[in-house]
Write a protein that binds this ligand. Sequence first.
Ligand code: PLP
Length: 427
Amino acid sequence: MTTSEELFEKAKTLIPGGVNSPVRAFRAVGGSPIFIKSAKGPYLYDEDGRQYIELINSWGPMILGHAFEPVEKAVRDAIQHSFSFGAPTRKEVEMAELITSMVPSVEKVRMVNSGTEATMAAIRVARGFTGRDKIIKFEGCYHGHGDSFLIAAGSGAMTMGVPDSPGVTKATAADTLTAPFNDLAAVEKLLDNNHNQVAAIILEPVVGNMGCVLPEPGFLEGVRSLCDQHGALLIFDEVMTGFRLAKGGAQERFGITPDLTTMGKIIGGGMPVGAYGGRAEIMNIVSPVGPVYQAGTLSGNPIAMSAGLAMLHHLNDHPEVYTRLEEIGTALVTGFQAGLQKVGLNYTINHIGSMFTLFMTDHAVSNFTEAKTCDLPLFGRYFHAMLKRGVYLAPSQFESLFLSVALTDALVAQIIQANEESLQEAM
Ligand code: PLP
């Protein structure tokens, strides 16, 4: 038995499924999860001393690679001044200033502790601002585990076969309307049938949580204009895409201005953080200025702010990071495509910047239904073949990969080689 296997056996007796977040349990791919001991740059190291090339990067935050020195130093410096004050700090002001300068649609921002908190707060604000109850989300999009979002949810919920979770009341579920991603006509119909009742449309502008799914040309523009016509707010959930697809996130990349934006992952540099923000007029409804209540003991935590600030300053000051991420993404996808061709498979790869997914299906994947056409047993075999070759992928077909700038050309070549061999082995 490996140390990871021993730990997992023990963990299962103490923690539901042995893990603190479902996808980590490897249920979708079979086998026992590897327990991570440390990480540096492009590598993860497990409890058994094995090294893996990172293609998840903590599901997004480690865009600069693990233990990136300026972030590490910022945390070391910060802990000398204690860990939490539950009172305002200079760093929160600096963080708000940096976020609002990098994401211009965000005029005011509130820090929270996770992406889930950010999206929960954002829809509360949208409801408070519009005086309406319903929201529209898209099938296969994941916005954290808030009750309102566990309706046709992607990511782990989709992987575990529980896109609609028991425990969410019927009344809550009834206020969440769903449409297929990339289907503007369906959105329009929902808005017409629920006239003056929809507070907000929330979406991942590029979906990461049913695998990587891109908006079709005109889709984001169409949703923006439907929101305007119907008096609903547009919420971009940029927990994954923020500071990754561009300095200003997907909204910069696609040139669409949402009313509210939710953020997480990268803004904490790997520490637990989320944030939501938007037009000042809307954010001023939040307590203590306005009546919409939202709070947090650890919100704006000084250690998390320090890590996040070091990360965001680096991204803000080094636009070449984004150029390099594009290069790495393109090189990997080109290599993966060549690998597919060599082994005679016509599978789909969706790609943008440093996010991509190899879908084990011949279908184009532009929504949840199409994502579900994948050959999941084949994905499981492929996943383990890659792991054996030292490449750590997301342990589910319904996730995007997240690249970091720590990947060198030599590592890219190694991953491409592993992909080809793994496809052969898995078939
Ligand atoms: N929104 C999106 C788009 C996400 O991808 C996630 C998590 O992966 C969340 C919200 C929830 O964030 P957290 O896991 O930090 O609660």
